[in-house]
Design a protein around this ligand. Structure first.
Ligand code: HEC
Length: 120
């Protein structure tokens, strides 16, 4: 019984490796936040280290990112993160929305909701 379950799990694990996931690697910076805002170096460094992987159009993937189900989880976080706040397309947003997003950033960081706990 245990043997069959283990075998089933292994087969499943192998099969899910074939599920594709979108990679977030377009490096278009036309509407990047830095086009309208002067982002100080120290802030840019924090963004790069802690936020950009989920909130820009360019993710630095870790080596295990090609292994399912991690691949799927990462793609999900990136898509969801970009939907809420994408620094690469930030200046396309109406000004009022941009300002509101800055408030959200403060809130997220103060409440320690961002970066996502699974990321740190
Ligand atoms: C591992 C991926 C990941 C990282 C890293 C990450 N975020 Fe997020 N972020 C998300 C996801 C997913 C959401 C949407 C779900 C939610 O709101 O909890 C989100 C939502 C947000 C929102 C909410 C926007 C809105 O309008 O509701 C803000 C602001 C935010 N993140 C800021 C940050 C900041 C600042 C950092 C770096 C300090 C950061 N995030 C790092 C994945 C991430």
């Amino acid at each position: 019984m245990i043997k069959k379950i283990t075998l089933g799990l292994i087969v499943l694990l192998v099969l899910i490796q074939f599920i594709p996931a979108e990679r977030n690697e377009s490096n278009d910076t036309e509407f990047d936040i830095t086009k309208s805002y002067d982002v100080p170096d120290n802030v840019a460094m924090i963004l790069k280290g802690a936020c950009n992987d989920c909130h820009t159009n360019l993710t630095r993937y870790p080596w295990y990112s090609n292994i399912q189900p991690v691949k799927y989880m990462l793609a999900d976080h990136v898509n969801e993160g970009k939907r809420k706040w994408n620094l690469s397309t930030f200046t396309k947003l109406p000004l009022a929305v941009q300002n509101h997003k800055f408030e959200e950033v403060v809130e997220m960081v103060e409440e320690k909701e961002m970066p996502l706990p699974s990321y740190t």
